[in-house]
Design a protein around this ligand. Structure first.
Ligand code: AMP
Ligand code: ZN
Length: 461
C-alpha cells in the first residue's frame, strides 16, 4: 500500500514495524461535548477506509482511538474553557453525563456508517495515572516547567519544533494570536498539565494540586500505553497538523526521545456550501439530521468515498441526493446480476479485482475504486458470477451492496405543496425559484425528475 505521509511530504510504500503482520494505529477521536457533525464523520470514514484497506491486504490491526472527555480547551492553543465543562455548564448537567450521552451518540453514528470500531477505545478520564507518569517523565528529562497555570512544554529544548508542518514561521504567526503569557518561556510553549481553577469540576490530585491533563498530552500518554513508544500510523483531520500533532511529537521526543509514529496520515476538511462549517452559520449538520431528511447514512458514506480523502469535499444537499440516487442505482444494478444467468469469464472478474486492489492501495483512491465497481456492475452480461467480486469490494466500501433495501415512496404534504409551487414557477418561467424549490424538495429527501409526461419525484432512500 502506498500512503501519503505528512511527515515526509511524500506518498510512500507502507512498511510496518512488526514483521508478523500486525499494524499499530492511533486515531485522534472525538471530543464528546456535542453530537459529531458530518465533517467529523468524514474524518472517521477516511480512518475506516484506511483500516479496511490494511485488513484487505491481510494485516491484523491494533488500533486505538481516544475519546476526549476532558482537557480539550475551546482553543487548540490551550486557551479558554474546557469544551466539555462549558457544555455541562450551559446545559446545567454533570460533565460525565454529557460525555456519556455524546459518546453513545458517536458510536451509534459510526455504526450506521459501517465504520469499524477500533480494537481499543481509550477514554481520557480513565487514564489519569498514565498521563501523570508521562508528564513526570517529560519534566525529569528537562522538557517542561511549572507556571502558576500548569506544567508547560518548553519547545526551545527541541532541535526542531514543527516537523509535520515545517511551519516554524507559520507557527510563530499562530503564536502571535496566542495571548501573551509572561510566565511562558516561548510563545508556542503549551500546557501538558493544567492547574484547575476553583470552578473546574473534573480535576485530580497531582504533585501540583488539583488539576487535569492537556488534550495533546492525553493522546501521547494513551498511544504510548497501548502501542508503545513508536507505532506505525497516526491519523486525524488536517486541522490537527499545526498544533495537536506537532505537540504530540514534541511530547514524545520529550518523554522518549522519539517521533511516536512512522506515518502521519491526515484527512482533508469537509466544507458546507463552499465555506467553513460553523454553528453560528447553522450549517453543522448531524447524521441524524440527514436521516430526518430521508437520506440513508450509507448515502453519506458514498458521498464521502466519491472524493479522495486528501481533497476538500464540499457538502451540498444536491451532492448528497446524487449519492443517494447513485447508491440506489448500484443496488438495482446488482439485483439484475443476482437474477442473471449469463456467464462472465473468470479472467474478466480477476481484472476488475486487480484494478480495485491497485486503486485502494494507491493512497486509498476510493473515487477510482467506486468507478471500477460501476464498470463491473455495468457489465452487459448479467451474472451471479459477479456477486463474490461485489462482496469482496464491499469489504472496503462497506455500502451494504448485497443487502436488499426497500424503497418506499410516501410523499409528504410539504413536498406536494413545494411541487405545486415549483410547477407554477416553471409556468411563469421563473427558473431561479424553480431551482430553489427543487433544492428544498431535495433537502426533504426527494429528487425531482422532469419528464415529457410531467414531473415526478423519487425518494432518495
Ligand atoms: P473533535 O471532536 O473536534 O476533536 O474532532 C474530531 C475529528 O473531526 C478530528 O479528527 C478533526 O480533525 C475532524 N474534523 C473537524 N472538523 C472537520 C471538518 N469540517 N471536516 C473533516 N474533519 C473534521
Ligand atoms: Zn490526538
Amino acid at each position: 500500500m502506498k500512503i501519503y505521509n505528512t511527515l515526509t511530504r511524500k506518498k510512500q510504500e507502507f512498511e510496518p514495524i512488526d514483521k508478523t503482520g500486525e499494524v499499530r494505529i492511533y486515531s485522534c477521536g472525538p471530543t464528546v461535548y456535542n453530537y459529531a457533525h458530518i465533517g467529523n464523520l468524514r474524518s472517521y470514514i477516511f480512518m475506516d477506509i484506511l483500516r479496511r484497506t490494511l485488513e484487505y491486504d491481510g494485516y491484523h490491526l491494533k488500533h486505538v482511538m481516544n475519546i476526549t472527555d476532558v482537557g480539550h480547551l475551546v482553543s487548540d492553543a490551550d486557551e479558554g474553557e474546557d469544551k466539555v465543562e462549558k457544555a455541562a455548564r450551559q446545559l446545567k448537567k454533570d460533565p460525565m453525563e454529557i460525555t456519556k450521552v455524546y459518546t453513545e451518540a458517536f458510536f451509534k453514528d459510526i455504526e450506521a456508517l459501517n465504520i469499524e470500531k477500533p480494537e481499543i477505545i481509550a477514554k481520557a478520564t480513565e487514564h489519569i495515572p498514565e498521563m501523570l507518569e508521562y508528564v513526570k517523565k517529560i519534566i525529569a528529562n528537562g522538557y517542561a516547567y511549572e507556571t502558576s497555570k500548569g506544567i508547560y512544554f518548553d519547545i526551545s529544548k527541541l532541535k526542531h519544533y514543527g516537523l509535520l508542518s515545517d511551519n516554524k514561521k507559520e507557527g510563530q504567526k499562530a503564536g502571535a494570536r496566542i495571548e501573551v503569557d509572561e510566565e511562558k518561556k516561548n510563545p508556542l510553549d503549551f500546557a501538558i498539565w493544567i492547574k484547575a481553577p476553583e470552578n473546574h469540576i473534573m480535576k485530580w490530585e497531582s504533585p501540583w494540586g488539583l488539576s487535569y491533563p492537556g488534550w495533546h498530552l492525553e493522546c501521547s500518554a494513551m498511544s504510548n500505553k497501548y502501542l508503545g513508544e513508536v507505532f506505525d500510523i497516526h491519523t486525524g483531520g488536517v486541522d490537527h497538523i499545526p498544533i495537536h500533532h506537532e505537540n504530540e511529537i514534541a511530547q514524545s521526543i520529550g518523554a522518549n526521545g522519539k517521533i511516536p509514529a512512522n506515518y502521519w496520515v491526515h484527512g482533508e476538511f469537509m466544507l458546507v456550501d463552499g465555506g467553513k462549517m460553523s454553528k453560528s452559520l447553522g450549517n453543522t449538520y448531524t447524521l441524524a439530521q440527514l436521516e430526518e431528511k430521508g437520506y440513508e447514512p450509507l448515502a453519506f458514506r458514498y458521498f464521502c468515498l466519491n472524493t479522495h480523502y486528501r481533497n476538500k469535499l464540499n457538502f451540498t444537499f444536491e451532492g448528497l441526493t446524487a449519492s443517494q440516487v447513485a447508491l440506489n442505482r448500484l443496488r438495482e444494478g446488482i439485483k439484475a446480476h443476482k437474477e442473471g444467468n449469463e456467464k462472465i469469464d473468470q479472467k474478466e472478474i480477476e481484472s476488475y479485482k486487480e484494478e480495485f486492489k491497485q486503486a485502494v492501495n494507491d493512497d486509498l483512491n476510493t473515487p477510482k475504486a467506486l468507478s471500477i465497481l460501476w464498470n463491473a456492475i455495468r457489465n452487459e452480461k448479467k451474472s451471479k458470477d459477479l456477486l463474490p467480486l461485489i462482496e469482496d469490494f464491499d469489504k472496503i466500501l462497506a455500502l451494504d451492496l448485497l443487502t436488499e433495501k426497500k424503497e418506499n415512496l410516501v410523499i409528504s404534504e410539504e413536498v406536494k405543496d413545494l411541487l405545486a409551487k415549483r410547477k407554477e414557477a416553471r409556468q411563469n418561467k421563473d427558473w431561479k425559484l424553480s431551482d430553489e424549490l427543487r433544492d428544498k424538495i431535495a433537502e426533504l429527501g426527494y429528487q425531482v425528475i422532469d419528464t415529457k409526461e410531467g414531473t415526478t419525484v423519487e425518494k432518495i432512500k
